[in-house]
Design a protein around this ligand. Structure first.
Ligand SMILES: [Mg+2]
Ligand SMILES: [Zn+2]
Length: 425
């Protein structure tokens, strides 16, 4: 054995890698200073130390077990569903889900607070996008959504328009033009930046009444969101856009007379459900329609798809962002968990359907949110660096046919490019 070790030391001391024999661990990398020692003396010392220990050397290829984390409870079992990606197939339907302001920390806090599990864990493909806008490293939701909807970097505040305020065609408009049913679901006002950027073209995100009027220009099959005021009691004119939509093949209902859980829209007409006069309440204050809407929407659009071409649906978890602006961990966490429940409904549909690509991402992170030392799974101690958005890389989760195209790091605009290509539009 001594001869063997001497040979080993002699061979390796001249090169960059030094290997020695440790009786407890087998062959290990040695610090260079050992090579300055006489190989014989060193080997003798090692051999002596072997004599005084009773443990036999472990096999060379033994991998040491990782030490258990002192505070972590047993991790939840990995979901079995994450092998269902059907590679190199194109999807028939695409459901894009946007958690506004949902960075990695928001997801982490939601997951730990939800018993260390989220439906997001079922996604087999994960990528990252670069969220910056044309005029700011830190995007807003208007430029962020326009990147997804139209594939361009534009200025903060822009709704479906480019840096010269010229309208740009959106994925929803392309889908409509190709005869695919489309839908938008949000738990903010439907005229708010994220949903608006898929159908409206306006130089400024806060022109809610102008944005509302744009909903008459595209036959979106399904609309669910707040903002009744901008349609029915407008300051800028006397139009009632809900009445106009009814005369345009829409059924328009609202929270005033029908609960979301009870709506059973017929599929012979477009359907618009107004969930609030302006902005819907936070989940913690009783707003609970996103999950039933996420269950109903894909089924509705599939029935509307009489030509069997597929559909496009965007669902937004809008208020994760507002929890970030308010620097409130609890607000963020309850919104993330509700959004994840909506993701669960959509995944159930996609799993059964087998032809639906589900993409979940965010426009940007909000709050510069961090989980502080001292936090526990069920008690997140959050800290914030900002009451606005940040420029963090943003995760993208993909499931279903075409999902493999969403691995890697790319610009936020690539999400539009990939959806357009996969739809063949
Ligand atoms: Mg939004
Ligand atoms: Zn925001």
């Amino acid at each position: 054995m001594l001869d063997e070790m001497n040979t080993l030391l002699a061979r390796n001391c001249s090169g960059p890698l030094y290997i020695v024999f440790n009786p407890l661990r087998g062959m290990i990398a040695a610090p260079p200073y050992l090579c300055r020692m006489n190989a014989k003396i060193f080997s003798l010392l090692l051999a002596l130390s072997f004599v005084f220990t009773s443990c036999p050397p472990a096999p060379v290829d033994t991998v040491q077990a990782r030490p258990a984390l002192p505070t972590a409870p047993a991790p939840a079992a990995a979901p079995a569903e994450n092998t269902l990606v059907k590679a190199s197939k194109t999807p028939k339907n695409i459901i894009l889900m946007i958690g506004d302001g949902m960075g990695v920390t928001q997801i982490s806090a939601g997951m730990y607070s939800n018993g260390n599990k989220l439906n997001l864990e079922k996604f087999p493909v994960i990528g990252l996008h670069k969220s910056y806008s044309s005029d700011n490293l830190v995007t807003d939701s208007a430029a962020g959504a326009t990147a997804f909807s139209a594939g361009i970097k534009t200025y903060n505040g822009a709704i479906g328009v480019d840096t010269d305020t010229m309208p740009v065609v959106t994925i929803l408009e392309l889908a409509e033009a190709a005869g695919l049913p489309t839908g938008l679901v949000a738990n903010c006002s439907i005229t708010h930046a994220t949903p608006a950027s898929f159908v409206s073209h306006n130089r400024y995100r806060k022109n809610y009444e102008e944005i509302a009027a744009d909903f008459l220009k595209t036959d979106v099959d399904l609309l669910i969101g707040g903002g009744a005021k901008y349609f029915e009691r407008r300051d800028s004119d006397d139009r009632n856009l809900s009445t106009e939509l009814r005369s345009k093949n829409y059924v328009v209902e609202s929270f005033v007379n029908t609960d979301m859980k009870d709506v059973r829209p017929g599929t012979d007409k477009n359907y618009f459900y107004l969930t609030a006069d302006t902005e819907p309440l936070p989940f913690s204050q009783g707003r609970d329609y996103l999950v039933p809407a996420a269950k109903m929407a894909p089924q509705f659009l599939q029935k509307r798809d009489i030509n069997n071409k597929g559909f496009f649906l965007m669902i937004e978890g809008s208020q994760i962002d507002w929890g970030g602006h308010a620097n409130k961990s609890d607000y963020i966490i309850s919104e993330v968990i509700e959004f994840d429940d909506a993701i669960g409904e959509v995944l159930d549909f996609a799993k059964k359907d087998g032809e639906t690509l589900v993409i979940v991402t965010a426009d940007h992170e909000t709050g510069g949110y961090a989980i502080q030392y001292g936090s526990k799974m069920d008690s997140i101690n959050g800290a914030f660096t900002s009451d606005y958005h940040t420029a963090d890389l943003i995760p993208v989760f993909a499931y279903g046919p075409g999902s493999e195209h969403f691995a890697g790091i790319y610009e936020n605009t690539a999400i539009f490019d990939k959806m357009k290509e996969l739809f063949g539009l």
